[in-house]
Design a protein around this ligand. Structure first.
Ligand code: ZN
Ligand code: ZN
Length: 182
């Protein structure tokens, strides 16, 4: 996958991780292909249904870890991520395809698609933990939502997941509460 700047790619990859986790939490067995395609995984469009199922299964098994991520100490998260990285077929190479310009692929072209997705995400997550610990991960502040989010804002002001209804209904509820208090 490739996006114009490193910062954007970092954020997009972590958003993809969060979206996959939230989608499978909402709907176990959800079709992850549209999410992976939107996240810029170029192989997602043509990858087999079995590959999609494997991505979904692997994310489902990561769910307890990802749910806990915002609350974990950086060293605990780091140990778990290192454990995952050692299981992945990571062999970095510099490639240039589809006019994207030179960029790093973490897995060989022969790697299974689910291994590629997991490797891409865990390499970015590893960098995030080294740079920021777990502080940029949070849980949606809306009452009936426990979605995970990644907060890329400079002042870490994010409170809600990507579902626009969470922010709007919480603001409506706050407004109602204020009115009742007056
Ligand atoms: Zn590429
Ligand atoms: Zn939410």
């Amino acid at each position: 996958m490739y996006v114009a700047s490193v910062t954007d790619e970092h954020r997009l990859t972590l958003d993809a991780m969060v979206d996959l986790h939230n989608a499978l939490d909402d709907q176990p067995g959800a079709d992850v292909r549209p999410l992976l395609t939107a996240a810029g995984f170029s192989r997602a469009r043509d990858a087999s249904a079995a590959s999609m199922l494997r991505v979904a299964e692997r994310f489902t098994s990561l769910a307890p870890f990802l749910t806990e991520l915002p609350h974990l100490d950086a060293d605990v998260a780091a140990a778990r991520i290192t454990e995952e990285l050692t299981e992945l077929p990571i062999t970095p190479s510099i490639v240039d395809h589809d006019g994207a310009g030179p960029h790093i692929h973490w897995t060989p072209a022969t790697a299974r698609f689910d291994d590629q997705v997991l490797a891409d995400i865990f390499m970015v997550l590893a960098q995030e933990i080294c740079d920021n610990g777990t502080i940029r991960f949070g849980v949606c502040a809306a009452d009936d939502c426990d979605h995970l989010f990644y907060d890329a804002t400079r002042n870490r002001s994010k409170r809600f997941c990507a579902d626009p209804r969470c922010a709007s209904r919480t603001h409506t509820a706050d407004h109602r509460k204020r009115k009742l208090a007056n």
